[in-house]
Design a binder for this molecule. Structure first.
Ligand code: ADP
Ligand code: MG
Length: 658
């Protein structure tokens, strides 16, 4: 069989050498040249040969060498898919979507036919789909209903170096699947050279290197630490635009809010600029941006103007934009950290690792020598961690553990992890899903737990949604859950903060708190049919609201499939009780000194400055999350009655509420 495979590859090799990448559908020809120019093209025959020989291989190649867009196509064109699907996983949805779109173009098909993508709340695949780009989380969800992943003959686990929680768990799951299905091909792709660990984990599998291209990049540091990075970015970009040779600029920021703030400032400045400088064309890219707009970052801009791409760390390794000569790096990234003792997870801007800073710098030297402006000092660079800590050892594992249980992994503590999470964080996760009623005393998934696992949302939100059925308010909870799942509902420019606080919020504010305020925002948005001017006047982020509508539609569909009756209730008590049933861990009590203490720990916390409750200071509040900036803040808070908590979780609250 192996001989046949090698012979087959040899034939394919001849065919491919003669024609270059195959193209079958009209429209694909015009990408042939650019595909053949990619570094991975030279290595394709060797790669296919090695892949045909070993069940698992690791492919290491510089970002932009063509791993993600090309390798899956080579495998398909060589017929190694054997009539089943090829999956290529991405840690980020933006990457899955944009790469799938690109591959569809290169293949000459419409997205959703031969090439498709599946990300949370958005599935474009069809019966024709042979090549499927997806988030790691979605493949993990598929493993719940199909533990052998039997629809796939080849799985490419991409961006392995990122070590996201979901990818790490997939490593273990897929290693297990290969024991049951030795014919399953697994390809691990990474942008960093340090692949020994992966190789050891996958039974010393071969590591293949793709020779990349890299031009020198000059690195400039700031002398002083920067107080306000939004301002420094703004100034730096304008300086580059006015003083430097042509070439596009890539800026690394932390998230949607920064990106939109910098974007607005630059847009404004560009309009006022002396015409001799040419226009600055601002192109944002971040997770919540709708797919059509994401694709815009790749489009060339008119001659004489300069493109400024404002990106999160999505542009670090997952997507490559051609034409970049200048990189501006804030040195920050939004990342999760979890403190299992306090059971506090925070998502906040933190310094990148040295490895990340180097990746970012490298983006400036793909096509020609470039310059990287680091908006921090060289001394600071030296204090950064050398590599990024895997997510699995620093984030909340509740959702992952629930998924693993639903996949039939009973012994979580002894699961074959590449890096073992701490026992405390595993225990905290098990405790949380146990208290939510998803596990029984022997650690087995309950019926409730199984229902919860069907929803691709945090266990607390899933529990809230399921409890809402009994309370007759699924309609409202669907809205609240969708609003909570979308980033930045409000788009508040820097200079408008006060104005928004004082006037606009009042229109939506609910006495009961932020969750019900979100519900009011949604209702008003629907009443005004998402009108653009209305959104602008009320500082509502239209893009986020579109995401909310999509999410809500998908969750409603899942409710129908799970036989959850969608009814509406105007009784705010019921809505709040549903929230308590999922979030009883997240209750805080006002202290005599005016601060709050969460019941799950004794940290001193405060209501978030943007909470509608901050003037009111109710005795008991439920909060969606704790965020840590200069201090701990309760973000998205609602007034509750303590009896509800005792009802929702009698064992947990037998002693804690005081
Ligand atoms: P790697 O996975 O090795 O980092 P990719 O396969 O992502 O490399 O990228 C290969 C090339 O494809 C890059 O030059 C990149 O700019 C290009 N590319 C990817 N997506 C698009 C797109 N949507 N439009 C234009 N070019 C794209
Ligand atoms: Mg890639």
């Amino acid at each position: 069989d192996k001989d046949r495979a090698v012979k087959f590859i040899a034939e394919t090799q001849d065919a491919m050498i003669q024609t270059g990448p195959t193209y079958k559908l009209p429209g694909a020809e015009k990408y042939i040249k650019s595909r053949m120019d990619l570094p991975i093209y030279q290595a394709r025959v060797k790669l296919l040969l090695e892949i045909s020989k070993a069940p698992t291989v690791i492919v290491v190649g510089e970002t932009g060498s063509g791993k993600t867009t090309q390798l899956s196509q080579y495998i398909r064109d060589a017929g190694m898919d054997k009539g089943k699907m090829i999956a290529c996983t991405q840690p980020r949805r933006v990457a899955a979507v944009s790469v799938a779109n690109r591959v569809a173009l290169e293949t000459g098909c419409k997205i959703g036919s031969k090439v498709g993508y599946t990300v949370r709340f958005d599935d474009t695949t069809s019966r024709d789909t042979a090549l499927k780009y997806m988030t790691d989380g979605m493949l993990l969800r598929e493993a719940i209903s199909d533990p052998k992943l039997s629809r796939y003959s080849v799985i490419l686990l991409d961006e392995a170096h990122e070590r996201t929680l979901m990818t790490d768990i997939l490593f273990g799951v897929i290693k297990g699947v290969q024991k049951l299905r030795p014919e399953l091909k697994v390809i691990i792709m990474s942008a960093t050279l340090d692949a020994a660990k992966f190789s050891t984990y996958f039974d010393d599998c071969p590591v293949l290197y793709v020779q990349g291209r890299q031009y020198p990049v000059e690195i400039l540091y700031t002398i002083e630490p920067q107080q306000d990075y939004v301002d420094s970015v703004f100034v730096t970009v304008l300086q580059i635009h006015q003083d430097e040779k042509p070439g596009d600029i890539l800026v690394f920021l932390t998230g949607q809010e920064d990106i939109e703030n910098v974007g607005a400032l630059l847009q404004d400045a560009s309009e006022k600029l002396d015409p001799k400088f040419g226009k600055l064309v601002v192109r944002p890219i971040f997770a919540a941006l709708p797919p059509e707009q994401q694709m815009k970052v790749f489009e060339p801009v008119p001659k004489g103007s300069r493109k400024v791409v404002l990106a999160t760390n999505i542009a670090e390794t997952s997507i490559t934009i051609n034409g970049i000569r200048y990189v501006v790096d804030t040195g920050l990234v939004k990342a999760k950290t979890f403190n299992p003792n306090l059971s506090v997870e925070s998502l906040m801007a933190q310094p990148v690792s040295q490895a990340q800073a180097r990746q970012r710098t490298g983006r400036a030297g793909r096509e020609a020598p470039g310059v990287c402006y680091r908006l921090f000092s060289e001394d600071l660079f030296r204090t950064l961690d050398s590599t990024t800590t895997p997510e699995i050892v620093r984030c909340n594992l509740a959702s992952a553990v629930l998924n693993m249980k639903a996949m039939g992994v009973d012994d979580i503590i002894h699961f074959d992890f590449l890096d073992k999470p701490t026992t405390e964080s595993l225990r905290a996760a098990l405790m949380l899903i146990f208290s939510l009623g998803a596990l029984d005393a022997s650690g087995k998934l309950t019926t409730l737990g199984r229902r919860m696992a069907r929803f691709p949302i945090e266990p607390q939100l899933a529990k809230t949604l399921i409890s809402a059925e009994r309370l007759g308010c699924v309609e409202e909870i669907l809205t609240i859950v969708s609003m909570l799942s979308a980033p930045s509902i409000f788009f508040i420019p820097f200079n408008k903060r006060e104005e928004v606080d004082l006037s606009v919020m009042k229109e939506f504010a609910s006495l009961y708190g932020d969750h019900l305020t979100y519900l009011n925002v949604y209702k008003a948005y629907r009443q005004n049919k998402g009108n653009k001017t209305w959104c602008k006047d009320h500082f509502i982020n239209m893009k986020s609201m579109k995401t909310v509508l999509d999410t809500r539609g998908q969750l409603a569909e899942l409710c129908r499939k799970s036989n959850i009756e969608i009814r509406s209730s105007s009784d705010t008590d019921n809505i709040r009780k549903a929230l308590v049933s999922g979030f009883f861990y997240n209750i805080a009590v006002l202290q005599d000194d005016g601060t709050y203490h969460p019941v799950s720990n004794r940290t001193e916390v405060a209501l978030h400055p943007q909470s509608v409750l901050k003037g009111q200071k109710p005795k008991y509040v439920l909060y969606h999350e704790l965020v840590k900036t200069k201090r701990y803040y309760l973000r998205v808070a609602t007034v509750i009655e303590p009896e509800w908590a005792a009802e929702a979780a009698p064992t947990y609250f037998a002693r804690t509420i005081t």
